[in-house]
Design a binder for this molecule. Sequence first.
Ligand SMILES: *Cc1c(COP(=O)(O)O)cnc(C)c1O
Length: 471
Amino acid sequence: MVSLQPADINPSSIVDRSPNQQILPLSAKVSDGGQLEVGGCSVVELVKQYGSPLYIVDEQTVRAACQQYDQAFKNFYPGPSQVLYASKAWSCMAICALVTSENLGLDVVSGGELYTALQAGVDPNNIYFHGNNKSIAELEMALASGCTIVADNWLELEQLVALEKAQESQGTAPRVMLRITPGIECHTHEYIRTGHLDSKFGFDPNQIDQVLNFAQNNPQLDWVGFHAHIGSQIFELQPHQDLTSVVVSWLTMAHSRNLSMTELNIGGGLGMRYVESDDPPSITQWSEVVCQGIVQACQAAQIPLPKLLCEPGRSLIGPACITAYTVGAHKSIPDIRTYLTVDGGMSDNPRPITYQSVYSAAIANRMETAATEVVTVAGKHCESGDVLLKDIALPASQPQDVLVVMGTGAYNYSMASNYNRLPRPAAVLVRDGEANPILKRETYSDLIRQDCLPRYLEQSVADEHNGNQTG
Ligand SMILES: *Cc1c(COP(=O)(O)O)cnc(C)c1O
């Protein structure tokens, strides 16, 4: 069950609470009558107006997370720093524009995410392009935009050199960072672990000498520094502390060769609280450990402080969003379980079926009603595994009630699909009692927008149609 203490929620304490340690968005309140409000808007009213499923994003939570990262890096790191938002967690124009308005940069991992960021008006000087298999077209797009490219492998380095030559470089040398596998283990799901040696991402650390040789032999590119990312939903501080000395050791190698590299990006990965038992460090605690680790390692190695970058995704956007669904059928199987069905599922939140992720939920119109039943919240997809929450205690609910799942800002919309041809949900950004759409709900005609009918099939459909009419 979610513990909600409306008394604790007052504007002065909001900025002090680390969003990634909260299950509900910071502005969440329960009004008289047990109605859940976010950003001053009633969740039930939002569903009446925009339909369901609906992603509801609390602007205050996003801004607080951005500010806490930014402030912590300014407070704990004496050198230059820049916080980037890992836009793959939720890439759309409004989210890109929102985090950018808080002075964050952005990382992108595809041409599509780069395009979205550029369309949202993000300055390419603050965009970092990752990816372990960028296409030639993506590299060309990245070079043309002037963003920083985080090179992942040998093929990419060779392609970059060739493309730079072909373009006869329009003045400034392309900025390139090198992603190296740090060889750090951390306890998180296998699919979201990226830093151990057996990873598809980044150069093998045993090849760092050859990579630096390559950089020295190609001074036409601007080799700005190193990048590493160890994984996601990490609750321990130790792996990130260990990472700081590893990345500084790479920088020290570059310095000993007189290669001027001045930036280190230590990735993202800080976890967030999905259920009560999750206990992640705060944004400030994580930042302090990372900043102090880099400072100490640089002092020990006697090298100047680099510009320090980090790129949180989940901890920054995850806690800001709840997904509202309309409750449908109950199915009670005596002595086994009760299924409560909602009007979305794995298409708007593929994390439970993909990673066995757990979430918290509540009935938005019964926030003050005691939980009296244990139910399994199932989606509407043709897949038995389409279950959003297993065995969760909720108040007794009725069809048309509004069920909310918390902490759905990260890797929900960005991984959403049209499975079973469900139109993807709308999203609204809420603040001060006002809701602004940031994604329109897809329509049925959106679903067939890219469909093509070969001529001869078009004919048979028409025939069938005629047949149906006459028959
Ligand atoms: C996914 C990813 C991130 C963000 O990870 P979170 O766990 O969402 O903070 C940052 N950097 C890279 C390279 C990533 O792949």
